[in-house]
Design a protein around this ligand. Sequence first.
Ligand SMILES: Cc1ncc(C[n+]2csc(CCOP(=O)(O)OP(=O)(O)O)c2C)c(N)n1
Ligand code: SF4
Ligand SMILES: [Mg+2]
Length: 286
Amino acid sequence: MLSANDYNSGRKPTWCPGCGDFGIWAALKNAFVELSLGPSDMVIVYGIGCHGNMYDTMKANNFEGLHGRPLPLASGIKMANHKLPVFAISGDGDAMGEGGNHFIHACRRNYDITYIIHDNQVYGLTTGQTSPTSPKGFKTKANPEGSIDYPLNPLTLALSAGASFVARGFAGDIPSLTELIKRAYNHKGFSVLDILQPCVTFNHVNTYQFYRQYGYKLEDTYDPHDKVKAFEKALEWERTGKIPIGLFYEEEKATYEDGMEQIKEKALVEQSLNPDAISKLISEFT
Ligand SMILES: Cc1ncc(C[n+]2csc(CCOP(=O)(O)OP(=O)(O)O)c2C)c(N)n1
Ligand code: SF4
Ligand SMILES: [Mg+2]
């Protein structure tokens, strides 16, 4: 019988006290327990940032690569063994700044990967610069007059790029976040879960109090299978100031792996190497 403690590496978190990353870590561990996914049953790939420091605290098959690159790594792992559950963890900068290109193409390819974005609307690790999701006018040490950029909306971006599961969570509501992570994992295809994650040190706009005041759970009557409605809901925050939280969109469609003839019978890792055929192929080009 698994328990949340089974995912503790024994190393102490380095996050600031009160950081929303604690809530995401707790919800992920709860979800793994409820999904019966043991630490060695899955791979988790992390980006570089405060979010990526979860690499130190989480006990699992972990891989931390370069900033902005968790998705190419996660998709490579998925291609090598598509039977393996793969999670990728990013920050807002990691996912939509440095990794923006990878994000768009992972959405349209529909790999069966669960993508968890710690969206604190700031570059936390590098001490508080504006990120692609920072609100217009956001003031930082580097932008004392306020950012003049318009923010990206991760949900409309994911929807238009073809993600088959698009949801928004809140790090301050661990039980609901646990349920959303489980749904994202159980979805077959690319699941985007953008998590509103207060950065208590560098973002004094998007605080726990702010999200508790303006956030609300999507109604039970909301149908997540209508893409036009999903766009409307995803635009609600910028149009009205109210912040819907929950599953916006879900669609069943073939994954990238489904389209790969070479792995129909067996995963790549289960196939034997054929050096003669490779040598023959190389000799054709030399
Ligand atoms: C290729 C590359 N570019 C830039 C950096 C510097 N860098 C490290 S973390 C980071 C931003 C982190 O912001 P985010 O992804 O939102 O993560 P957070 O710290 O907020 O969780 C940057 C720019 C880097 N390490 N590598
Ligand atoms: S800087 Fe912000 S995101 Fe990073 S650990 Fe501290 S509170 Fe969390
Ligand atoms: Mg960030």
